[in-house]
Write a protein that binds this ligand. Sequence first.
Ligand SMILES: [Zn+2]
Length: 310
Amino acid sequence: MRVDRRHFLAASSLAIAGSALDLRSLLAQPASQAPPETAFAPVRRSVGLFTGQGGTIGWHVDKGGVAVVDTQMPATATICLEGVTSRAQGRKIDRLINTHHHWDHTAGNGVFRPSTLKIVAHENVPGLQKAAAANQPPRPGLPGPNEQVVADATYTNTWREEVGDEVMALKYYGPAHTGGDSVVTFEKANVVHMGDLVFNRRHPFIDRPGGASSAGWITVLEKTVADHGNDTIYIFGHTGPNWPVTGKKADLLYMRDYLSALLAHVGAEIKAGKPREEIIKSTAVLEGFADHGPLIERVLTAAYDELAAR
Ligand SMILES: [Zn+2]
C-alpha cells in the first residue's frame, strides 16, 4: 500500500517531469529502504499542500511564481522539492517561508536552498533556530548546530509580496506556539498556512524556551480569525490521528478554547493547593476535549510554568 502509493506519486510526477534521470535514481533505491509515505494535495487555486514527515508543507505554483511554506526534514524535503519543481516545470522557488524555527519545519531548508531565491521568516526565527540547534542533542540525519540554513530575509510585523499571480502576506501577531510564528496568507486563493498555530485535535507543543505563550496564543488565534473570512481555508502543521490537515475558522476557535480550558484547568489545580509534581503528572481528560486523549505532562508543564511565572 505504502510502496504502491509512493510509486504512483513518483510515477505521476515523473510523467510531468519526463525525466529519465529521476527514474534511474528512483529505481536504484534498495527495496529495503522504502521512502517515507508522502502525498501532494491541491487546496484551492494555485495553492496546495504536501504531507510527509514533520509539519505540513504548503506550496503555490503558477506560471509566474513559485512559493513553498516550511521544509520538514531532509528526506521528505527532497521528495517535496522534486514534486514542486516538476509542477513548476523547472522554475526556481521565488520565496520559501519558514512559519517558525522548529526543526520539523526547517531541517529541510538546506535541501531547498540551492533551488530557492529567498527564504523569509519573522525576525526572531533565525536566532531561535540557531539557539535551539545548539541546545538540543544531535538528531541523526538532521543538520547540526553549524549546518543550520536560516532565513536570509526577515520582517518585524508584516511582509507582503506578489509571487506570480498570487499575493502572499505574512503577519506576526505576537508570542504563541513560539516567539516567532508567522501566519501566512495566500490572499487570492484565500488559503492560510498556520504553521504550528493549530494542532488539529492534538495536544500541542508549547515551546516556552522558544518564546511561547499560551495566553498569547489564544489572542493570536482570535486575531487571525478576525483578519480572515468564513470561507478561508486554513492549513494546519500537525493533527491528531485521522483529523484533516485543513479546516475552517471553527477549528481555530476550537484550538483557542482548548488552550483556554487548559489554562483554566491548571489554574484551578494551583488554586486548590496541589503541588506542581501532582498537577503535571495528571492523565485526566480535559473537560470538553476528550478527542485529544488524556492530558500529557508536556502541555501541563508548559501551562503550569506560564501561570506560576505571572
Ligand atoms: Zn512547531
